[in-house]
Design a protein around this ligand. Sequence first.
Ligand code: 1CP
Length: 361
Amino acid sequence: MATQNTFPALKNDLILRAARGDRVEKTPVWVMRQAGRYLPEFREFRKQHDFFTICRTPELACEVTLQPIRRFDLDAAIIFSDILVIPQAMGLTVEMVPGKGPHFPQPLQTPSDLARLKLPVDVNQELGYVFKAITLTRQKLEGKVPLIGFCGAPWTLMSYMIEGGGSPTLSKSKAWLYAHPDASHQLLQSITDVCVEYLEGQVAAGAQLLQVFESHAGLLGREQFLQFSLPYLKQIASKLKANLQAKNLPIVPIIVFAKGAHYALKELSDTEYDVVGLDWTMEPREARKCVGEMVTLQGNLDPCALYSPKEDIRAAVKKMAEGFGSQRWIANLGHGIYPDMNPEHLRTFIDSVHEFTQQEN
Ligand SMILES: Cc1c2[nH]c(c1CCC(=O)O)Cc1[nH]c(c(CCC(=O)O)c1C)Cc1[nH]c(c(CCC(=O)O)c1C)Cc1[nH]c(c(CCC(=O)O)c1C)C2
């Protein structure tokens, strides 16, 4: 059974308090894709190392995770990895094509292809490299900020496994939902089982907060989301928390980020997730009215707002802070930061969150 390592004492627990709904003296902030191509030091590093080699080598993944923490006053680190390590663990080949993104040379085409998946997955064997990276990074962070672990949600991973890469319509994977609902549920359940064990392993390795990325929720309508996404998201949170408790591991807070699922915000808040992430299309006050007071919200500045001059970024952050209020909020962008963004504009975003949310006493 997994046992917890000992780690340096945590000096900044703002994000953990905000996630649990405890009082904070200022709003914590982190940014999706904060370790990545917009940083010149990451681009330099990538010239020397292949993407999945970085993910699979704990020392390299740790170094890249720490890059944004050295530069900015962030309140959390997120382990460098990718959501597509789960499809790899299930036996599919995934390549990262520079400048293009992920590519599956042999995606799933028909339900008979499910037989190609290597099931059940031995998570420790296939994904143990992520656990090692987490443990090393937690040590190297020296308690400066908490470390976030993550995974892709079942529908988002299923869609990559069928589309074979990014797709503007997801028409092939959505076709499965309508033409092969039973095979779709079978695949979604297999992915869910891996997600639960994978997140548990991340906590055992030292992750202090988790995020589940349902990046492709927006292309599902409400009906399809309630049928093919939400039940699996719910299963992940409830089974994970039960397993953590049974194994005497820390019951860490979990964030669900279902991009584009404005149509199911209430349902998302009625789950065992502690935090609901918002994309930039949702209005903070409306979202708060919809979800009530018992859940923390995360988000949600339009990432493209970082293209504006610094003064406008500050004004946008001030407005966002007024909308969310001072408690039960984790500041973030409404999706990941883009590769061509100026890191100094990200600094303005981070510093103005702290400036505008600092409490008097
Ligand atoms: C959390 C995370 C992810 N990827 C990376 C991280 C690292 C940690 C961090 O956030 O800093 C590194 C991470 N992952 C990738 C990169 C760039 C690859 C490179 O360096 O060449 C980086 C830094 C590659 C990647 N991997 C993926 C894409 C998107 C492709 C598409 O358009 O469909 C891309 C471009 C899949 C992916 N990967 C991820 C998501 C969920 C978040 C989101 O919605 O953006 C998704 C959808 C999650």
